[in-house]
Design a protein. Sequence first.
Length: 416
Amino acid sequence: MSDAAPTPLRPLERHLPPGGGGRIALRDPLGIAPEATGRALVLERPAWEIARRFDGRRTASELAEEVAEVLGRAVDAGQVRELEARLGAALLLDDAEFETHLSAAFDAFRRDPRRAAHGPGRDYELDPFDLRARIGGLVADDWDMPPLESAQGLWAPAGGLGAAGPLHSRAWAAVRHLKGRIARVVLIANAGAPFNAPLIPLAKPYELPLGLVHPDSEALAALNALPGRLQLAHARHLGTERALLFVRLLFPGVPALVLLASSLDARGGLADLDRAAEGLARVLALEGRTLLVCAADLVRVGSGGAPGAPETTTPRGAAPVLGGALGAGLRAHDDRALDLSVNLDHAAFRDHALATEDPARAAAAAAPYHVLRALHGRPALAAETTGSEVVLGSTLGYLQMSSGGEVSSGAAVVFH
């Protein structure tokens, strides 16, 4: 049997499943793998220690020897090859079989002139009138929010309109007065995986029950990032879809540059982040006012609860939704992240996310990081009322949400 290097593992969404124990759950954000329907492939720790080293550089024997030292038990090249075959059958390796499926999927995506709506009737109301009433009602719930005509950025949740509804309300109510004042929206959400491109733009109109949101071609050109086949990550992304429902209702006719951010632990590292920052700076330098929005939860982890458990929420300042160390640990980490975000300390925000060595944290922090960095040091539009000459943030709300054996946390922050 050949001792060639195993085929590299594709960039995948990685998170810790309920129960922990060193296991890892893998999902395919491109929607190619069979697990893309919502199920994840869960690997036990020994298998994950092998799979994470599938980088195309080490032979099966070298890899087995390295993993054996980590695990403190024997691992042979045969086990490596067996796992390689299993992952290849699941289309999780960067091989010829995956390439065939990727080409077919991208061709189908490219033939459709619009990014079709994915959530009507499943994630939110199918009927446009009912949906308009739902979105308008959420904004109206916080209609007494003081007008922030000086707002330049927003951190809104990526979660659903039910559990994350209070955060959606406060976030979007804070910028509702900008109607007629902005030339474009730049929306950044998380791709969930460490792709080799820091920002992945969508280059086609976004179809919603409320109408189309057209791409901003001028902003796309200024970003200077070719969309490529990674656009498939946009096809089923509900975080951007939920945010654009509010954009379409509050700012009808305003074009949007819709971007997905690769995980902060992508191999390109700081060089890729610098390249993305330069592109966003060119976009913000365009004529007209840009509203920079990230749609992202702070994190999503396995809670160990029963599948199908009802969603519950709690505001910042109250007890965590989860008892014990998990809820308290989320709260402590999230509070620090929010403290850094309101001061636009993007470097410390990134370091804080990466310090846990949790791939879910590295993925969840990507979109906020790009927004914080893009707004860092920008002149405030109303220094006489904010007391600061540069943009700073204000936290509007924080929630922990539990459902289906998972817990997530989210926030609403406005930058002005």
